[in-house]
Each structure stands twice: as C-alpha cells, then as structure tokens.
Design a protein around this ligand. Sequence first.
Ligand SMILES: C[S@@+](CC[C@H](N)C(=O)[O-])C[C@H]1O[C@@H](n2cnc3c(N)ncnc32)[C@H](O)[C@@H]1O
Length: 204
Amino acid sequence: VNITTGKRIAIANTLLPSRTAYARFSLENLCDVIWGKQATDWMIPMFWGICRKYHGGVFAEIGTRGGITTTALGMAARDVGGRVYTMDISAEFADDAVSNVQMADCAPYVTFITADSSATDFPEPLDVLFIDGDHTYEGVKADFLRHEPNVKKGGVILFHDPCVYDGIQYFMKEIGAYVIPIEAGLGIYTKGPHIPAGVLRRVA
Ligand SMILES: C[S@@+](CC[C@H](N)C(=O)[O-])C[C@H]1O[C@@H](n2cnc3c(N)ncnc32)[C@H](O)[C@@H]1O
C-alpha cells in the first residue's frame, strides 16, 4: 500500500523474503491504522524497518500522544521479539494510543508510562529511542542528555520535527546528527560503531 495515495500496488513475490504473506499483512495493517492520521506517515514504515534490525530489541519513545508512532515501534517489537516503552507527560490521548496499538496487534509488546521524560528514566537499556516530546531546544537537549547514556552502543536516536523547530535543528547540528529534510524532518543520531547492517544504508 502506498501510504501517500492509499493505492494498493502489486509486488512480485520472488523479490520478497520467505515471510511474504506475513510481511504484507503487517504493512497493510500498519497502513490501515495510520492512514490519514498525521503528517508523519512516511516515517512510520521507516521506524518499523529500523527497529526490525534489532532482534530482541528494546525501543522507546518520548511523546506518545495518540500512539501513531508507537504502532511502528510496537509492530517491529512483535516481529523481532522485542518490547516498547512509550512515555508522555500527559494521559490526555492515552485511550487513542491504546486503541491504535490494539488495532495494530501489538498491545502486548507496549508499556505506557505517564511521566516527565526530563526527570524519568526508561527501565532498561535501549536499542532505538525516538524523541518527540518537548520540542524546545532546552527540552530536546534535556531529553538527549538524560537518555543517551541509556542507549546501547550500536543504537539509534531519532528526533522529530527538526525542520519545524529551529531549536531542534540547532541541536542536531551541535551533536552532528543526520537530518532528513522531508516535511517536518527527521533527525538521526547513531551511536556507533556497531550499527546493524542495513540501518545506516536505510536512513542515509
Ligand atoms: C508531537 S506529540 C507526540 C506525537 C506522537 N509521537 C505521535 O506519533 O502521535 C508530543 C507529545 O510529547 C509530550 N510531552 C511534552 N513534553 C514532555 C515531557 N517533558 N515528557 C514527556 N512527554 C512530553 C506531549 O504531552 C505530547 O503528547
């Protein structure tokens, strides 16, 4: 399914891995859940693809809101035998978030935490961290400084909205992160040197 147009396209089975049917079901399910919900659509399969490189991976998110990006992490966790922690200072959209991960069949893999990310740690070391909480320079910096030490070597930190918020873009420059300048943009900071094969190629 093309997530921009909603059109279904045929893909030759010979080009796909042996779990074709399952992968196709997963992507269609994912696209159905996120379709039309917000402008981060193109990031969802990318997050899913990055996380699926980490077998048994631990993925975390700061900024759950309605749980759209949470579904991408959750579906990857289900696929690789991993788990997700998603943290938000507010529970205002918690019902939506729970509903979305249930629709994506990944609820058992997702733990919701209601807390201030600038003062609360995730319970275990992380492979992938998505920072999408406080969008000020000070907020993003505080999240990075608090949680980066808890990201494993070989892990990845993703930042939403560097093309919308000057403070985030400025911080991306400070830490030497890559920025994909599509729509609101995505910042990518890799904690080398042992990045799984495919992750850097996928996001370069
Ligand atoms: C842009 S939204 C997240 C969108 C979400 N990732 C999605 O896919 O729908 C930002 C969220 O960050 C939360 N937030 C802001 N400051 C925070 C903080 N210090 N700790 C935890 N969450 C925070 C807000 O409550 C809000 O729900």
